[in-house]
Design a binder for this molecule. Structure first.
Ligand SMILES: [Zn+2]
Ligand SMILES: [Zn+2]
Length: 265
């Protein structure tokens, strides 16, 4: 009872906010009713290999070194903004939210797997300095608490690489080769690991980290991220929306030229 009281008091003093729009919410709710329908949640059944919904599976997209991948959301719409804000504003509520949602997805899809530890994709020195903290590392720590697993800091980025989004598809394939390495005096041999990143876009970063861990002797490397790249249908939807908007503005312009009469007709 004291616990419930304390929780309610905390909720009054520090109310939870919608992780998408920031409006104030009752305790234990993360997303408001207005934002909820637009949240691109990855619903079951999902493909455990590429982390997309079964109908969106893009496993054929290339060689991957992870054993399986899971994410609670597509990196799209409100979740894209929410994740960016988590990273830019060092927001602990959004961090906990993504950790909880990711943990739920891991428990659901990889329930039979016995993980030894959570590991994470390291950030480069430059981005660590620029941001002042490592969002992925924090997410991994929060996720490890949810899953009652230790978190191991085993990887480092041994050379700076241009951001994947600035490169062509062909350049992306080789950009990260050999970029990550295992820290000295760590041993991942015969371990089953859960590798964490905040987003999966091309999948190259996670795959390269998983490769490094496998080469170091890890038995299996499963991957988890807060958001995964959206399937093609989202892009098409986006284009359709843009066309609708364009048609709307075209109509407005032509109505303007033709005058009120034609607009009424
Ligand atoms: Zn909202
Ligand atoms: Zn798939």
């Amino acid at each position: 009872m004291a616990h419930t009281f304390a929780r309610r008091l905390t909720a009054i003093l520090f109310p939870e906010r919608c992780v998408c729009c920031g409006c104030i919410l009752p305790p234990l709710v993360d997303i408001c009713a207005v934002c909820a329908p637009d949240v691109p949640r990855i619903e079951v059944p999902v493909c455990r290999r590429c982390g997309a919904m079964i109908d969106d599976c893009d496993c054929r997209a290339g060689q991957r070194y992870w054993t399986g991948l899971v994410a609670p959301f597509y990196y799209y719409g409100p979740m894209r903004n929410t994740l960016l804000r988590m990273k830019d504003e060092e927001d602990s509520q959004r961090m906990r939210f993504f950790a909880r949602e990711t943990a739920r997805a891991v428990e659901r899809e990889f329930s039979g797997v016995r993980f030894d530890a959570v590991v994470f994709v390291p950030s480069s020195k430059t981005s660590r300095r620029a941001r002042g903290f490592e969002p992925v590392r924090r997410l991994a720590v929060a996720l490890s608490k949810e899953l009652s697993l230790p978190v191991w800091n085993v990887l480092y980025k041994q050379r700076e690489t241009p951001a994947q989004k600035t490169l062509s598809a062909a350049e992306r394939l080789t950009n990260l080769t050999g970029a990550f390495a295992l820290k000295k005096n760590v041993d991942v041999r015969e371990r089953t690991l859960l590798l964490v990143d905040d987003t999966v876009t091309t999948g190259s970063t996670l795959s390269e980290c998983a490769h490094t861990l496998r080469l170091a002797g890890a038995t299996a490397v499963y991957a988890a991220a807060a958001c995964r790249n959206p399937p093609r249908r989202y892009k098409e939807e986006n284009e359709t929306n843009e066309n609708v908007e364009k048609n709307k503005s075209d109509r407005k312009q032509s109505t303007g030229r033709m005058g009120r009469k034609s607009a009424v007709r």
